[in-house]
Design a protein around this ligand. Sequence first.
Ligand SMILES: [Zn+2]
Length: 159
Amino acid sequence: MRRQEEADPRFVADVMLGRLAKWLRIAGFDVLYSNKFTDDELMAISNLQHRVLLSRDTRLLIRKPVTEFIFLESENIQKQIRQVFETMHISALDSLLTRCLSCNETLVETPRETVRERVPVFVYETQTHFKSCPKCGKIFWAGTHRAAVIQTLQKLCRE
Ligand SMILES: [Zn+2]
């Protein structure tokens, strides 16, 4: 694996790992996920885009040639996250909350005055920094994600 990929791993997750994909996106990782990806598509995406395939399907991993993959041993989401962090030697979450959870796009800084009509009044009045998704337009701000989720990720990362 090349140094660059070690520093900033990218993933593609199989249909059984929607929750893991979402958690990894919260942590800021580039994770492709669709519940419509076929086995062949997963393999092609992994190989062509140099993405680590995340899978719980031993049959898929045995049958198809794929160079980089993690077989998730547990159904437990926290154990899955820990396994990914350990395998990829992820020890810091520098990109926490930088990615759209729906589209996987990198969020862009968005001036406060431009979101006035698009967020609840309370949020507008109490928040100073906003980001938005260039693809779906969804607005994100500190507090979009529950603090417990962030704490869990940081804890799993450090363990
Ligand atoms: Zn989006």
